[in-house]
Design a protein around this ligand. Structure first.
Ligand code: PMP
Length: 298
């Protein structure tokens, strides 16, 4: 078993599943002419691992299948096979609390924009798992600052593709100004979502506001599960777009994702949200989230 190593503050995966084989991290390779590498022609999922259990596995697998379907990439394996691969990857990486990452590309072939004539192409499948950085996760509960910037991504943000350059640059720009997340703003001035999370505010009347899902945002699994929790808690949900100006004046703001769970937003650009401390409702939803999320058998 390879020892745990760190890179940029992250504990690294030890073993990576690539196309049917578990490889030590240093040797985990895909082909140089993989379409994921050349065209961003690949989709992915990130699922939380908590106490060794996969959280909301069914919804993540549903979304993975939808993403593949939207791009016409064949399903590389059955749900049963995915389950086994994810659990074996978690086990080999000795992860109790962390995440599992799945990626499926259309496969490798001589570079060509057209792919429909390559009938024998096999999807490339990667699965890795690594522990959460506990210090980062605990710090997130204390709230994060977000920075607003233009949403320059493509028109199918509902598909979870690996074309994450715009999102990566947005997060780098946010980081350079002391933010942990970027809130992306459309041409009309409305927040679409975070670079890697869904964006929420709580208005003066205690209603939870988040943008409705369409091709402009990703339907977050955490967003969907949180909506289940809101119903249970009797909290009112309004699915509509909001501006940065409205968010700055909101009672509370927060983001959701498999990694962030529910993370309070305490500052937007230079403006503190509410009294500049994590909101009561966001903090409570963070605590309650796992009482409604699916917790799959190990
Ligand atoms: N929007 C974007 C753009 C994301 O990248 C993510 C996280 N992958 C989310 C929303 C949140 O999705 P989930 O709750 O399924 O992690």
């Amino acid at each position: 078993m390879a020892p745990a190593r760190r890179c940029g503050g992250l504990e690294m995966a030890r073993v990576v599943y690539v196309n049917g084989q578990y490889q030590p991290w240093d040797y985990a390779r895909v082909h140089a002419e993989d379409r994921g590498f050349q065209f961003g022609d690949a989709v992915y999922e990130v699922c939380e691992v908590r106490n060794g259990h996969l959280i909301d596995e069914t919804r993540h697998m549903d979304r993975l299948e939808r993403s593949l379907g939207e791009l016409g990439i064949p399903l590389p394996m059955s749900r049963g096979a995915w389950k086994r691969v994810m659990r074996e990857t978690i086990r080999r990486n000795r992860v109790t609390d962390g995440m599992v990452y799945l990626q499926v590309s259309r496969g490798a072939r001589p570079r060509d924009f057209i792919f429909s004539d390559a009938i024998d192409m096999m999807p490339t499948v990667v699965c890795l798992s690594r522990p959460v950085n506990r210090a980062k996760r605990d710090a997130a509960a204390q709230g994060i600052a977000v920075k607003s910037m233009p949403d320059i991504r493509w028109g199918r943000c509902d598909i979870k593709t690996v074309m994450l350059l715009a999102s990566s640059l947005a997060k780098e720009a946010a980081k350079a100004e002391g933010g942990k997340e970027a809130w992306l703003v459309d041409e009309k001035g409305f927040v679409t979502e975070g670079a890697s999370s869904n964006a929420w505010i709580i208005d003066k009347d205690g209603r939870l506001v988040t943008r409705p899902t369409n091709n402009e945002i990703l339907r977050g699994v955490t967003r969907t599960t949180l909506i289940d929790l809101l119903k249970k808690e009797g909290l009112e949900l309004v699915e509509r777009a909001f501006t940065i100006e409205e968010a700055k004046k909101a009672r509370e703001a927060f983001v959701t994702s498999a990694g962030a769970i529910v993370t309070p937003v305490i500052k937007i650009d230079e403006t503190p949200v509410g009294n500049g401390a994590p909101g009561i409702t966001a903090s409570r939803l963070r605590e309650l989230f796992h009482t409604v999320a699916e917790c799959a058998a190990k």
